[in-house]
Design a protein around this ligand. Structure first.
Ligand code: UD1
Ligand code: CA
Length: 516
């Protein structure tokens, strides 16, 4: 099973319809994998997310660039699980499609009516044709901070203690709403009591059931088939398997997790934001430990699948999203958003918005640049201030320094594009490509009417509108000599403020400079 990175990779190439994918090396995620073929995972995701007040399914809401269900699937995959079953129900079409897109190998079980967590697990086991595996891990689709490492440690503890059920528990300040871990005077777990069914004494217990647990497969199949709904919610509680195991004299226990964040679920947008901020704190902390300078982690947002090399510097107000990859020595920010952008070693990217683009080593971008899909800047090149680039290659050392639109163009290495240049790529029907040759120098305020080619080493004059190809080494000028048509404004725009101003200027004697 793959621990896949979600999000598209940068794209590039000639036509917007068929851009080849940029392939590049990825570091593998930090996971603990026991590769145990006997483990299956069940991820519960059938519940409604009413409090999100969203047309989007709750588990499809994202933090750190991944939906909550994807966080759950990545976590179980990294714990060495062989087969994963996801239980879907509410917003089934959306959720199913997202799971299949993430990993088509995941088995999906449909729970038509949400009759409780025990019923959901029963449905999951029915979806597996084979005998239940030796060990089953059960997690939720809405607990996004849970890590593979915690699941792996839970599995190790479960095995080492020889238990039949091991619950992941946590001590919380406010246990309201959670199932409580009931222990006997010796500290042995005897039951999980749901909040709604708990006595006043039991409600005082602050050790809660996270809902995540490891259970022997054979026992699970046997136990969930015998659950009853004789409780205050009229549901089949998965948690009742604990009491059953105890009644049968089989060993159960709880693995207490200090890191309570990993057990927290999301039910509303405030919790989504809170967990998103915490996950970001963890991600930025991890990259700082790996040698990345992050001047202000509180205003720096980094998605899960982003990769950064040591000695990258990130300035405040920066978002690195999707599959963005930044090589060593690059400086990003301040106030920069990059999605699926590959940044080369030593590059500088200032106050820039970019997506699906490639920035070469030692290149310079911004301030105030806009890189759209397919923008590719070569080594040591420059995309300067108020420059928009789309589906274009700018060669090594080539520069587009000021106030320009570069769309569907290939600019050769060492070329310099004058200030205020527009590549007129769209004739109203088709997008056309233009080419500027190596070491060409084009002047200010040029318009390149695509498709057009400027040869290697060619020059253009200021204000030129280039409609015809320019041979290598030629100077292209298109503006004629300046002609002043005297009195044009009073003839064609009589009575306008311009006409009045012109008339006043003509009537005034030459003014002396003040102070003279
Ligand atoms: C459950 C536990 C409780 C624990 C709490 C942690 C039970 C009976 N109770 O509470 O001990 O403290 O989680 O959050 O297990 N789901 C389905 N199908 C269903 C019902 C739920 O797929 O029929 C899924 C939900 O989408 C959710 C998860 O299971 O991801 C938990 O459901 P939820 O209703 O939030 O749990 P509680 O019953 O409140
Ligand atoms: Ca819940």
């Amino acid at each position: 099973m793959r621990t896949s990175d979600v999000g598209s990779t940068p794209t590039r190439g000639a036509s917007s319809s068929a851009r080849p994918t940029v392939l590049r090396p990825r570091r593998s995620p930090v996971t603990t994998s026991s590769n145990d073929t006997g483990i299956i995972a069940i991820v519960l995701a059938a519940g409604a997310g009413t409090r999100m007040k969203s047309s989007r399914a709750k588990v499809l809401h994202e933090i750190a660039g991944r939906s909550m269900i994807e966080h759950a699937l990545v976590a179980v995959a990294g714990a060495g699980v062989r087969t994963t079953v996801a239980v879907v129900g509410h917003d089934r079409e959306q959720v199913s499609a997202a799971i299949a897109a993430h990993d088509p190998a995941i088995v999906q079980a449909v729970q038509e009516q949400q009759n409780g967590t025990g019923h959901a697990v029963h449905v999951a086991l029915q979806a597996l044709d084979a005998q239940p595996a030796a060990t089953v891990v059960i997690t939720y689709g809405d607990v996004p901070l849970l890590t593979s490492q915690t699941l792996a440690e839970l599995l190790v503890d479960h095995r080492a203690a020889g238990r039949i059920v091991t619950i992941l528990s946590a001590e919380v300040d406010d246990p309201t709403g959670y199932g409580r871990i009931v222990r006997d005077p010796d500290g042995a777990v005897t039951a999980i009591r749901e909040h709604a069914d708990a006595s006043a004494d039991e409600r005082a217990i602050r050790e809660i059931n996270s809902g995540i647990l490891v259970v022997d497969g054979e026992f699970l199949a046997h136990a969930v088939a015998r659950l009853e709904s004789d409780n205050s919610q009229g549901e089949l509680y998965l948690t009742d398997i604990v009491g059953k195991a105890v009644a049968e004299g089989r060993p159960v226990g709880a693995h207490v997790l200090e890191d309570v964040w990993q057990t927290e679920g999301v039910n509303d947008r405030a919790q989504l934001s809170r967990l998103g901020r915490e996950l970001n704190r963890r991600i930025t902390g991890r990259w700082m430990a790996e040698g990345v300078t992050i001047v202000d982690p509180a205003t720096t947002w980094i998605d899960s699948a982003v990769t950064l090399a040591p000695d990258v510097t990130i300035l405040p107000g920066t978002q690195l999203l999707g599959a963005t990859d930044v090589a060593t020595g690059a400086t990003i920010g301040p106030d920069t958003t990059l999605r699926n952008v590959e940044v080369g070693a030593g590059a500088t990217v200032v106050r820039t918005h970019g997506s699906d683009a490639v920035i070469g080593a030692e290149a310079s971008v911004g301030p105030f640049a806009y890189l759209r899909p397919g923008a590719e800047l070569g080594e040591g090149g420059k995309i300067g201030t108020f420059v928009e680039v789309k589906n274009s290659t700018i060669g090594a050392g080539a520069k587009v320094p000021h106030l320009s639109y570069v769309g569907d163009a290939d600019i050769g290495e060492g070329a310099n594009i004058g200030a205020g240049t527009i590549f007129a790529n769209y004739d109203g029907v088709h997008k056309n490509r233009s080419t500027i040759g190596r070491h060409a120098k084009t002047s200010s305020n040029n318009t390149f009417v695509a498709p057009v080619t400027v040869g290697d080493g060619a020059f253009t004059g200021a204000g030129a509108t280039i409609r015809e190809d320019v041979p290598p080494g030629a100077l292209a000028v298109s503006a004629g000599a300046q002609r002043n048509i005297e009195g044009w404004v009073s003839a064609k725009r009589p009575g306008t403020p311009s006409d009045l101003a012109a008339g006043e200027a003509e009537a005034e004697p030459l003014q002396e400079a003040p102070g003279e």
